[in-house]
Design a protein around this ligand. Structure first.
Ligand code: UDP
Length: 240
């Protein structure tokens, strides 16, 4: 086994990442492909935790815009993340992975509760931990959950998988001269008002010095390349 640049990672996937070519829900081909990459990372020796969003099913803000009570909408959004986590657990298990879904909302008949020490133990034993139901609180996002859990489990890298190959100085879809950053520090992201994560999530990363890499998950092999230490996407970290 070759030396990995990262020992313990937390990978944040949006719910939309699971949609693939569909416009709602989960595309089996897509979830299987992502599961394959996660398994490859695990088999290479990385300890892998996942946080998956719920935007492919429900988002609280969208439901509230349609007239629903916001807290109820957010609870539905959090339950949507549990659905995605169960689907990912299944896809990983089909590939031979040992997986535990741990939920921030008690839902014991379908998965474990999130308990930090138990989560760390799962990772130490080589199990893939999927942290579901976000932070368990309305008015937060799964980006905040990813930052929070990454800090709690002492991950050495938080990975945000997106459809863009990093952080740009302006929207690369609108501006052909947009420039991608290879590396930024947290304060530069704030000063330049770059959209990396929502403010609460990003503040957690900054205050606790957790490095964050934003990368394009639609390119197969990127996750392993990052684990080998290749400079894929954009790294946001405290400058020494
Ligand atoms: N959510 C929440 N608290 C959390 C995490 C998520 O209330 O700690 C709800 C919120 O309604 C959110 C939805 O769950 O819109 C799905 O999560 P998110 O929007 O972060 O998913 P993604 O955009 O990553 O697919």
């Amino acid at each position: 086994m070759s030396e990995l640049a990262h020992r313990r990672i937390l990978l944040k996937l949006s719910g939309e990442a699971l949609m693939g070519s569909e416009d709602y829900g989960i595309d089996p081909a897509m979830i299987n492909r992502i599961a394959g990459e996660v398994m490859e990372a695990r088999q290479a020796g990385a300890e892998v935790a996942l946080v998956i969003g719920g935007g492919n099913i429900f988002r609280g803000a969208g439901l509230a815009a349609g007239g629903m009570d916001r807290v109820t909408g957010d609870q539905m959004g959090m339950l949507a993340t549990v659905i995605n986590a169960l689907a990912m657990q299944d896809a990983l298990e089909k590939l031979g992975g040992k997986v535990r879904v741990m939920s921030a909302i008690k839902i014991n008949d379908v998965c474990e509760d999130y308990i930090r020490r138990r989560a760390v133990r799962h990772l130490e034993k080589g199990r893939i931990a999927i942290f579901a139901a976000g932070t368990g609180n309305p008015f937060f996002t799964t980006d905040s959950a990813a930052a929070l859990r990454a800090i709690e489990i002492n991950a050495d890298l938080l990975l945000k998988a997106t459809k863009v190959d990093g952080v740009y100085d302006k929207d690369p879809k609108k501006f052909s001269d947009a420039v991608r950053f290879e590396e930024l520090d947290h304060n530069e992201v704030i000063a330049r008002d770059l959209q990396v994560m929502d403010t609460a999530a990003f503040a957690l990363c900054r205050d606790h010095g957790i490095p964050l890499r934003v990368y394009d998950m639609s390119v197969p092999g990127n996750l392993m390349a990052i684990l080998r230490g290749e400079p894929i996407g954009t790294l946001v970290r405290a400058r020494r």
